[in-house]
Design a protein around this ligand. Structure first.
Ligand code: SF4
Length: 358
């Protein structure tokens, strides 16, 4: 029988075919293009509609009211989907449904994109893998989340659906100050209404004052995502990010660790963008030395983006990378379990935390 580590890696690389039934459609939300599956009490976010999924050996079949996972027609085990959160059906005083403001990711993370547009999106500087504007076009969200609305959503999500932490991300406005001010106002409002720990995701700031402001607003953890340490790859897939230069990232990570503490700062490391694997491992070690958690995860193509036809990396490549990075975490005393809030604590998009236990 395959263990959960193997299942998680394979599902995130190969995806899963899901029946288009009411049971599945009502399942919990995840990041753009993702179906959250619960397998042996692990919440795993899995591609279900992107390129290559139609040829995945994994398939979910409905058996009455329950679901089962199959691999090449062989029964692997029972799976379930997160129940639809109860707060989704509430509305703001302006009539905006709460599920347009924030969704539950993974097991119990309340997640919101505060500003659902980006100065770089759909420009030559934009990240080719990013779909930030797509949910807006589809009417699944609103452009700008108001701090008080979001705080109310957090309060109800805590009360009705026992979320335990919050992830806030944002697109970049023309003014970086305006971007940070909005993030700070949202953190402050959530903190004013709930005791939930809050994670924020930003680019490397032009001044460390912005990190100070986030700390003062009450943010508990911060993600500053370089995505790839392979400079040629980063220039190709995320030119604006590459334009910062990695020393800018390094300075931001260092300062963020001094404010938020070791293990409370993270960076996404996306495998499968076309990079040399050695750059992932050397980058991960450098992050660990700084006290930054390297959130290694497979690339996930989002339908509608310029990279929609690219496939995630093969499972054996991910296993190799996870097996190299997990001992680094141990060596530097880092662990997903020590993270207070955000993607590292959630862990649904990566199998790294499962390898930490080795
Ligand atoms: S790891 Fe991050 S992006 Fe993925 S489901 Fe969890 S909170 Fe969402």
């Amino acid at each position: 029988m395959m263990n959960v580590r193997t299942i998680a890696v394979e599902l995130q690389s190969l995806g899963v075919r899901v029946p288009d039934t009411e049971t599945v459609r009502k399942g919990g939300a995840g990041p753009a293009e993702g179906q959250v599956l619960i397998f042996q009490d692990h919440f795993i976010s899995v591609p279900s509609r992107s390129a290559g999924v139609s040829s995945s050996p994994y398939e979910i079949k409905s058996c009455g009211t329950s679901l089962a996972l199959y691999w090449n027609g062989a029964h692997v085990g029972d799976v379930s989907l997160p129940p639809r959160p109860r707060y989704y059906d509430l509305k703001t005083s302006q009539g905006v449904l709460f599920d347009k403001l924030a969704l539950i990711h993974g097991r119990d993370c309340l997640a919101s994109t505060l500003y659902q547009d980006c100065r770089y999106w759909n420009t030559r500087s934009g990240c080719l893998f990013c779909g930030i504007g797509l949910s807006l076009t589809n009417g699944r969200t609103v452009l700008e989340k108001q701090p008080e609305d979001l705080a109310l959503v957090a309060e109800k999500a805590l009360l009705l659906d026992t979320v335990s932490h919050v992830t806030l991300t944002t697109g970049m406005r023309e003014s970086e100050k305006a971007t940070i001010d909005h993030v700070c106002a949202c953190v402050k409002a959530i903190k004013g209404r709930t005791p939930l720990p809050v994670h924020v995701q930003i680019g490397p700031p032009e001044t460390m004052d912005y990190l100070e402001a986030l700390k003062i607003s009450g943010a508990d953890t911060v993600g500053i995502h370089i995505e790839s340490f392979d400079s040629a790859t980063l220039r190709r897939v995320a030119p604006a990010k590459a334009g910062h230069g990695w020393e800018t990232y390094r300075a931001a990570w260092k300062y963020a660790v001094s404010l938020f503490g070791r293990n409370q700062v993270s960076s996404f490391l996306v495998a499968g963008l076309g990079e040399d694997a050695a750059t992932i491992l050397s980058g991960a070690e450098m992050l660990c030395e700084l006290g930054v958690y390297p959130y290694l995860l497979p690339f996930r193509p989002i339908p509608g983006t310029p990279m929609e036809t690219m496939k995630p990396p093969a499972p054996d490549k991910m296993v190799y990378l996870y097996e190299q990075v997990a001992p680094m975490l141990k060596k530097y005393g880092l662990s997903s379990r020590l993270s207070m809030a955000g993607c590292v604590r959630c862990g649904a998009c990566s199998a790294l935390s499962l390898f930490e236990e080795l």
